[in-house]
Design a binder for this molecule. Sequence first.
Ligand code: ADP
Ligand code: ASP
Ligand code: MG
Length: 466
Amino acid sequence: MIVLKFGGTSVEDAAAIRRLIAIVRPQLDRQPVIVVSAMGKTTNRLLECAQMAELGNLENAYRRVETIAADHFIALDQLALPEEIAEVRDSLRRRFDGIRDTLGEINQAGRVTPRLSDAISSCGELLSSVIVAAAFRWEGMRGVWVDARPMMQTNDDFTRAAVHFDIAYPKLKSGFTAALTGGGVPVTQGFIGSTSDGVTTTIGRGGSDYSASIIGAAIDAQEIQIWTDVDGIMTTDPRVVLDAAKVKVISFAEASELAYFGAKVLHPSTLLPAMAKDIPVRVCNSRRPEIQGTAIVRKAPPSRALVKAIAFKRGITVVNVTSDRMLMAYGFLARLFEVFDRNETPVDMVATSEVSVSMTLDDPRHLELLIADLESFGDVSVERDQALVCLVGDKLKYTPGIAARIFSSIEDVNVSMISHGASAINVSFIVAGKDVNHAVGSLHREFFTDLDEETFEGTIAAPAGA
Ligand code: ADP
Ligand code: ASP
Ligand code: MG
């Protein structure tokens, strides 16, 4: 069994769905399970409708829903068997009616509760998966629509629910084994799950990658394929550095660091389930299926490259607490972090001195409350609009002088909170948000101008100033 996950652009319209089927067809003998995202930007569009309803603009929200519906019906009409079209159209129509009802509820409540948000945002995957399953049947295969929700059990932390693996794994395994019998091609949703009471949840934006990995681990898949809109894991985000190259093979540990520190190509938690079961993951381009993507494996072959890739995350907030009560005191950090726990705010990076602690957050939702609590510890200052930059490579561990090379290549940028943690396969630091593109560009020139062809594939970046 294998799992193939197709992201938003890989199911954005009828042409994309035909490409998806052409990718799956030659792999039918490997018993594929298909996990899909919402079509194109549907999730964002649905959430915009929710906001309109919240602001009292129900008519506009309904109009917007109809444009989303029209896009889905256009795709369906090109992809479903004539004898099925009416029935599948009805099922999509019922889903859109449900969306309208939920928007009405939001309008009444005057606010999008996390639970109502999930009721709306989960619909993108519920719609796209119905169309993709129909498209398999139209192409002569036995497409079977599978509702992920009763199997993917989560807690009720709506919009970022945690999966109950002990319950979900056996349910996913028996559900997909049944759907595969007799040559079925199961098509299911990424991103969504449900509570034990059957209320729909979502597991965090971009979570379809994570769903695919969870399903892969549950069914003991031979491989998990992530089909997206770039050639694989690249040396950095190709939207920022146009000549980023593809990394051919990378270890779970390296790819996890990249995902965690902002490489959007994989949801931060994606690799954990795959890694636990040692299932290789491949990231491929659904527009260029003929090229090999990036293989993510337990141990990457030795490479000459010091840095495999550079990730970055914008919108970081740095919180500094300065207090001379910290000096020689024990238990100070424990009490300090308890404040973050209480305010449900994860910390990404920490730097301490004898009298101060700096911490980065990428979720500033509870910042005001957090600051109020932290003020009992000492002086608190906050820097917003910062960015985290992270270089990853398992050779960073063994390379003397690497820090000098990194920081001299960006000497025109102000850097703070440098971290080279225990795993030592990453070097991370903070720069002002306005400097991040420049810093990443300079670092990319420094480390990827002379590419090791064993490790990378792509254009060789022009030398600086050329
Ligand atoms: P999907 O809808 O298929 O899940 P995403 O938009 O979530 O696709 O992720 C793919 C995007 O991730 C790419 O278009 C690219 O801009 C971005 N990205 C960021 N960092 C990297 C990286 N190191 N390698 C590849 N893509 C990256
Ligand atoms: N559709 C969801 C989102 O846009 C999940 C995903 O695409 O991975 O966040
Ligand atoms: Mg994604």
